[in-house]
Design a binder for this molecule. Structure first.
Ligand SMILES: [Fe+2]
Ligand SMILES: [Fe+2]
Length: 270
């Protein structure tokens, strides 16, 4: 099973490069992924003239299953309404049969209008958990912002505000893969039974530490999940191959005593 993981398209920005996006889409189409995830910052500023261009460009994706969330750049002022008008819901729950696997996908808008910081929000936790309930071969969570800091991106400023609680929810839900963007630097954090996979910027030149445009291909095979970084029109590089099932003592799915099991009760009651 193959997932193409793109983010940070930034259509309309001064450093946006349409040729990079077209090259990346052509490469993704020839790879033939079962699922394409676009993890936010589709437009540079969420202006009404940027969304139609983004829609036209992304329509070249041939995959039947495309899941998108907005990013902070899409949501500015009321830009998130433009996202809804152009692409539909900002949050998605889906069950997909992909290459013989039952895949649960939950994608949540982590943006807040006019803030660069992300937040999932505790009102979403039950909804997220429900989306992953029941048997599944692979559970995939998508949001724009990062749940852990990314090396090589300077000082930490925009991480998901409630990242700790969200990580706990995802761990309990037995999520396998988290796909995010925002920091424009590709990176994989293996944490507590999950792979937190971050894509670079696919079609803009808006970073310094890792200056290349990039997207990821995530291969899910019998025993492993392998992540490869691709520079549109350029080279590729492995971001690692990881075991699909972690040893129980490392994933420790049910070890968190504080968030969900104790909801509604005070520790002082015990
Ligand atoms: Fe971005
Ligand atoms: Fe962003």
């Amino acid at each position: 099973m193959l997932i193409a993981h793109l983010s940070d398209v930034h259509v309309g920005g001064s450093r946006y490069r349409q040729d990079l996006l077209e090259t990346a889409i052509a490469e993704v189409n020839s790879a033939g992924p079962d699922l394409v995830v676009i993890a936010g910052d589709i437009t540079d500023e969420g202006y009404p003239d940027q969304y139609p261009i983004a829609k036209t460009e992304l329509a070249a994706l041939e995959c039947q299953n495309v899941v998108m969330v907005p990013g902070n750049h899409d949501a500015r002022n009321v830009g998130y309404l433009g996202f809804e008008d152009t692409f539909g819901d900002r949050d998605t729950r889906a069950r997909l049969e992909l290459a013989g696997l039952d895949v649960a996908v939950v994608a949540v808008d982590s943006s807040k209008p006019d803030l660069d910081t992300g937040e999932i929000g505790r009102e979403h936790y039950g909804w997220i958990h429900e989306g992953f309930t029941g048997p599944a071969d692979l559970r995939v969570f998508v949001c724009h912002h990062h749940l852990l800091p990314i090396p090589g991106t300077g000082r930490e400023r925009n991480q998901v505000l409630d990242a700790g609680d969200v990580l706990s929810v995802l761990r309990h839900a037995e999520v396998d893969v988290v796909l995010a963007g925002h920091r424009h630097v590709p990176y994989v954090w293996p944490v507590a039974g999950m792979l937190l996979i971050h894509s670079g910027m696919v079609s803009t030149l808006r970073t310094r530490g890792f200056p290349h445009p990039a997207y990821n291909l995530v291969h899910v095979n019998d025993g492993r999940i392998a992540v490869t970084l691709h520079v549109p029109g350029g080279e590729q590089q492995s971001l690692g191959s990881y075991p699909r099932d972690w040893p129980a003592e490392l994933s420790a799915r049910h070890s968190d005593p504080f968030v969900r099991p104790q909801r509604g009760t005070s520790l002082a009651d015990g």
